[in-house]
Design a protein around this ligand. Structure first.
Ligand code: ADP
Length: 772
């Protein structure tokens, strides 16, 4: 049993951020009044005081609960009062003490306690532990640059285990709690073990730190080496005379930048990049990137503008020279140009030509450029999904380039070209960003004077550009873009118009392009009409032009072999020798009146088309089957048609039993082509009603209109194209919704003269016309 010495009435000095161990001599600066009084009391008695750590160093006026209950009895070696009232003392730790009770003293902490003895027998176990602690401590000091190496000597001479614990603990850098834990251990063996563990983990951390420091140093050495080598390379280049070439290149760049008429900020940017290039070794990959970048900056028309011709009469002449018909679009273009002439700096809407392919949208835009004396450039936005295609990739990206807008501007060589953005309705969006948002920035006159391309980094002024856009259909144009556009619709041509266009424009153009003279190739009567009917199926004239080109090409071969004198005549009989067998047999109108078959008028992206709808009934349970690749809207309108017919079955002389005992199958032929939209509603209703009532439908009537459940007929779109299609196949009578009567003025007169147009509001009227 250890003999415990009782210590009575000893003062206590709470310490904020240090744990003092026996054998340790420390200087302390004491400022707190209570602590100074404790020290003074000790100085006046036996100079002994207990040093005890605070549990939380942040507390300024600790209570007894805030102080650990185990501390170290110490002796004050020196006591020095400073001029500011604080006290500096030098203290030596003597032995551990456990505080048993605090005395009632308001001036300072004063306690009774008992001494803790930690002596231990030195077994081999303990000896081994001691040695390993000493070794670890040695390594620790070596790695830790904050500790002087001499302490290793003083430690390795220590024989007593408890002293070793105290001395090592005093020196290693640990958290207050951990140190206190060691101080509180009265089993020396445990304390040695704890120290050994602490040291081990500290050594590991220090080793990692050392490794990291080494890596950083390595890296720095590497850059120094590179620098040294490039300097050497420069010297070698100089010897070989290559330096001259470099200087010439840099000089050339200087000249080009100076003559590129760049705005101030761009000029600064260019010079800055050039400086970087100068400093770089010529072989460095990065220098190629800078060269490309400078080439781009130099080649853009920062200041070059063409002078506008704004002569309306001249413009009209040019538009007529290039295009047949198109009265309405031409008129709108001329108005647009007139306003432009009156208001010099117009931030007006952007023209948008909407219509099927091949109706002359691109070529109208080209004519606008020609009539204004501007350059013409175009890009197709069809399929553009990535914002970067419009705005470019950042230069950090390998192989980066400016976006398509800036590429085109470079091609235009002027900052005010007519810029055609084709197929603006065909952009799509995916995870790479929304190109239509970027387009908005391009087109918005408020912000496009500072268009920012990711690659260029500097702004380019697009405000002088005249943008013209095209689209196939209006609904697919992103709405924010649509709001900024003036839409001009170009619906498609009648057969007569196509023939005129072919005779006056396409054919002469193709002759010239193939180096043929008029007398080399004669197209006899009806040939053009045949081509239109059987080799093309389109609202525009693109394929027609292509077929004419095919004929010209074949004839050119003959003509060359005949020394340019040969004449070829193409007629109805030999046409297939040039173009092959007929590609299309247009849906002909029905040959005779039939039950369950009605003729509809449909609208597709390539123009109008007539479409038969067939209904068959067979024994079954009243199921409705729809085939022919019908979209959701069309399926719903078939359901609506059927429900309507059921609701007025009696009036149509249809037996109500039919609906339970028969299945109804509606088919819209040419099943491979997807069809949708509500405008076949009345056609399907007629077909179903005919099949159920077994009344034949008049074959010479074609119809279009949306149907409601109560049998009302609602208006539809694309009327002109539909009527043209009906006319093309020789239909003499059409049924259209009354509310579409306003669209009739768009239809060419000669077509209306051949057609009887019935304007209807209800299905009853439709039935009255189609069932004789
Ligand atoms: P889009 O841009 O509408 O698809 P294009 O402008 O490319 O069509 O026209 C296709 C071809 O048809 C061009 O060679 C064009 O000159 C010609 N073309 C179209 N419409 C007319 C027209 N009304 N008069 C003369 N040529 C036309």
């Amino acid at each position: 049993m250890k003999q415990l010495e009782q210590i009575k009435g000893i003062p206590v000095l709470p310490l904020r951020d240090i744990v003092v161990f026996p054998y340790m001599v420390v200087p302390l600066f004491v400022g707190r009044d209570k602590s100074i009084r404790a020290l003074e009391y000790a100085m006046n008695s036996d100079k002994k005081i207990v040093l005890c750590a605070q549990k939380n160093s942040k507390i300024d006026q600790p209570e007894k609960e805030d102080i650990y209950s185990i501390g170290v009895v110490s002796e004050i070696l020196q006591f020095l009062k400073m001029p500011d009232g604080s006290v500096k003392v030098l203290i030596e730790g003597l032995s551990r003490i456990r505080i048993l009770e605090y005395l009632n003293n308001n001036n300072f902490f004063q306690v009774n306690g008992e001494e803790i003895k930690t002596g231990i027998e030195k077994t081999t176990d303990v000896e081994a532990l001691m040695r390993s602690c000493i070794d670890q401590f040695e390594e620790y000091v070596k790695l830790n640059r904050k500790l002087p190496s001499e302490i290793v000597n003083s430690v390795s001479n220590i024989e007593e285990p408890d002293k070793l614990v105290d001395v090592i603990s005093a020196h290693i850098i640990l958290k207050i709690e951990d140190k206190q834990k060691i101080l509180e251990m009265d089993n020396v063996k445990n304390a040695l073990q704890a120290i050994s563990t602490f040291l081990e983990s500290e050594i590991e951390i220090l080793n990692i730190e050392k490794k990291i420091r080494g890596q950083i140093k390595n890296r720095m050495e590497k850059t120094q080496r590179e620098y040294y080598l490039t300097e050497q390379l420069k010297a070698i280049q100089k010897e070989l005379g290559q330096e001259d070439e470099r200087l010439i290149e840099i000089e050339e760049f200087h000249e080009k930048i100076a003559s590129a008429n760049m705005p101030k900020d761009v000029n600064e940017k260019a010079l800055k990049e050039l400086k970087r290039l100068e400093k770089m070794p010529p072989m460095a990959a990065e220098s190629t990137v800078i060269r490309n970048y400078l080439d781009w900056l130099i080649s853009l028309p920062w200041a070059h503008e063409t002078k506008d011709k704004l002569d309306i009469n001249e413009a009209e002449k040019i538009l007529n020279e290039d295009h047949y018909g198109l009265e309405k679009p031409k008129e709108r273009i001329l108005e647009f140009l007139a306003v432009r002439k009156l208001v010099e700096k117009m931030k007006g809407p952007i023209l948008c030509f909407v219509g099927p392919p091949g109706v002359g949208k691109t070529s109208l835009a080209r004519s606008i450029a020609r009539s204004m004396g501007r350059e013409f450039v175009r890009i197709s936005l069809g399929g553009v999904r990535d914002e970067a295609e419009i705005r470019g990739h950042r230069r950090t990206y390998i192989g980066a380039m400016p976006g398509r807008i800036i590429q085109c501007i470079k091609r235009a060589k002027s900052k005010n070209p007519v810029f055609l953005l084709d197929e603006i309705d065909k952009m799509s969006m995916d995870f790479r960003g929304d190109p239509s948002a970027a387009m908005l920035e391009v087109l918005d006159p408020e912000i496009n004077s500072a268009f920012n391309d990711h690659y260029l980094e500097v702004d380019f002024d697009l405000s002088k550009v005249m943008f013209v856009t095209t689209a196939n259909v209006i609904p697919a144009i992103p709405i924010p873009l649509r709001d900024r556009m003036e839409i001009i619709e170009i619906p498609g041509y009648t057969e007569e118009e196509k023939i005129k266009i072919a005779e006056k424009f396409l054919f002469p153009k193709q002759l010239v392009m193939h180096g043929l003279k008029e007398e080399n190739l004669i197209l006899e009567n009806n040939v053009i009409k045949l081509i239109i009917r059987h080799y093309t199926r389109e609202a525009g004239v693109r394929n027609l032009e292509r077929e004419l080109a095919t004929i010209c090409r074949k004839v050119a071969k003959d003509v060359v072999s005949g020394n340019g004198k040969k004449q070829v005549k193409v007629n109805e009989k030999n046409l297939d020798g040039f173009l092959g067998p007929f590609k299309f047999l247009h849906m002909e109108k029905e040959k005779k009146d039939e039950v369950g078959v009605s003729t509809g008028l449909a609208w597709t992206e390539v123009g109008g088309e007539i479409l038969a709808t067939e209904t068959a009934i067979m024994k079954g349970k009243g199921k409705l089957t729809l085939t022919g690749k019908l979209g959701d809207v069309m399926q719903e309108s078939a359901q609506t048609a059927l429900s309507y017919i059921r609701s007025c079955a009696k009036k149509l002389n249809i037996n109500d039993e039919v609906f339970q005992k028969y299945d109804i199958h509606v088919h819209v032929p040419e099943g491979a082509i997807p069809k949708d939209g509500p405008s076949a509603g009345i056609t399907m209703a007629v077909s179903i009603a005919s099949a159920l009532s077994e009344k034949p439908v008049r074959k010479d009537v074609a119809m279009t209109g949306e149907i409601t459940l109560r049998g009302k007929v609602l208006p539809i779109g694309g009327l002109k194209e539909k009527i043209l299609a009906a006319h093309r196949v020789g239909i003499k009578e059409v049924i259209i919704p009354k509310q579409n009567s306003k669209d009739i003025i768009d239809i060419p007169k000669n077509v209306l003269e051949d057609l009887k147009v019935n304007l209807v509001e209800s299905m009853e009227e439709v039935f009255a016309i189609v069932f004789k």
